[in-house]
Design a protein around this ligand. Structure first.
Ligand code: NPQ
Ligand code: MG
Length: 368
């Protein structure tokens, strides 16, 4: 497969409501899309999940765009065969920037699979035609406001609720949701907001039978998570810390994580995401697919990944309308609490040109 060029497209997607986490409040999703065009006219899409500012990880969308145009695209254009596995080799020489790499590699993988007529889920080894949907619920101003939000999501059919937490918004909201809604699948995500000194406080979540507590401590604090795991009964699930299959293997071996959140952007693409899945499966560690407020393009690929056999917990793969009034693809909708795994070739969805045009803020074509 020969790639003739790439389009970089920036889109601005207003969120249906502000999304507050321990690291900040988001009102809009500033997304970078990558479109690869091949010699024989095929195209492939990738979505860069970096945020506008480096609040979730060190990457941010302007930086990712720069790495993509100045380093990653030239590396791909000089390959005799722009196969995603081959592109991983020069990409590995460039340190970091997994979200930038993932966007380019996904565009290549999509182009390759569309050419072959093979759906991404089939290619990755998916075993499900629909996946259970969870939803991530932001930090609110009050408990009544949170109750109303959770009630709405449960009424829509979401099968698992994830509460964003931070110091001052943890035990009380968890208790309130558990008391009001009973035996639902419930978990929390701290996005690194605590330290090991908070261990006894976090143990106060133990009575509420949470599925897991996600990333309580800093990204690089693997030992801290291992120590915390000995001090709380709630299973620890790493998100930010899992930057590769090797990082997953290490965290599991050290007892720092007993569940893993897989985000393809965070680990450098769907090939590495599958390796994370496989490492976890080999260790008997359950995994689930996280979310970065993706448009239908990124969401489609995440849903394909969630079809793998080791993805045994509902993911943050929510319906399009959880985040956006109008998606850039046909919207993902909940059916009986599940999302259908796309069956078309590649990521299985096509961006709608009108919907894209409505939100596009800049485009750029890069070729040899
Ligand atoms: C997480 N996602 O699991 C992330 C964090 C996150 C669905 O909870 C803009 C772009 C805002 C990416 C907010 C969920 C975001 C974002 C939160 C990612 O940790
Ligand atoms: Mg998380």
């Amino acid at each position: 497969m020969k790639v003739t060029g790439f389009e970089l497209r920036r889109i601005a997607m207003p969120l249906v409501s502000p999304f507050r986490t321990s690291f900040g409040v988001e009102h809009d999703r500033d997304v970078l899309l990558v479109r690869a065009v091949t010699e024989d006219g095929a195209e492939g899409w990738g979505e860069c999940v970096a945020m506008a500012e480096p609040l979730y990880s060190s990457e941010y969308v302007d930086g990712a765009a720069e790495v993509i145009r100045r380093l990653l695209i030239p590396a791909v254009l000089s390959l005799p065969d722009a196969d995603p596995y081959r592109a991983e080799v020069p990409f590995a020489k460039i340190k970091g920037h997994p979200m930038a790499k993932a966007a380019v590699l996904t565009a290549l993988l999509d182009a390759r699979l569309r050419t072959a007529g093979l759906p991404l889920a089939s290619y990755l080894g998916g075993v499900r035609d629909r996946v259970p949907a969870g939803v991530s619920v932001g930090i609110m101003d009050s408990i009544p406001e949170l109750m109303e939000a959770v009630e709405g999501y449960l009424a829509e059919g979401y099968l698992r609720i994830k509460l964003k937490i931070q110091p001052g918004w943890d035990v009380a909201p968890v208790r309130a949701v558990r008391e009001r809604f009973g035996d639902i699948m419930l978990q929390v995500d701290a996005n690194t907001a605590y330290t090991l000194a908070d261990a006894r406080h976090l143990a106060k979540l133990d009575p509420f039978d949470l599925l897991l507590i996600e990333q309580p401590l800093p990204e690089d604090d693997i030992r801290g998570h291992a120590e915390l795991a000995r001090q709380v009964r709630t299973p620890i699930c790493l998100d930010e810390s899992i930057t590769s299959a090797r990082a997953a293997a290490d965290a599991i071996a050290l007892g720092a994580t007993s569940v893993v959140n897989i985000k393809p952007g965070r680990v450098g693409g769907y090939l590495e995401a599958r390796r994370v899945h496989d490492v976890c499966a080999a260790s008997g560690v359950p995994v689930w697919v996280g979310g970065m407020l993706e448009t239908g393009i990124g969401r489609a690929a995440n849903v394909a990944l969630a079809a793998l056999p080791g993805c045994v917990l509902p993911g943050d793969t929510s319906a399009s309308d959880r985040y956006f009034r109008r998606d850039v693809t046909a919207p993902f909708v909940l059916a009986d609490g599940h999302l259908a795994v796309p069956t078309g070739p590649g990521i299985g969805v096509d961006p709608d040109p009108d919907a894209l045009a409505e939100v596009t803020t800049a485009t750029e074509w890069i070729s040899r």
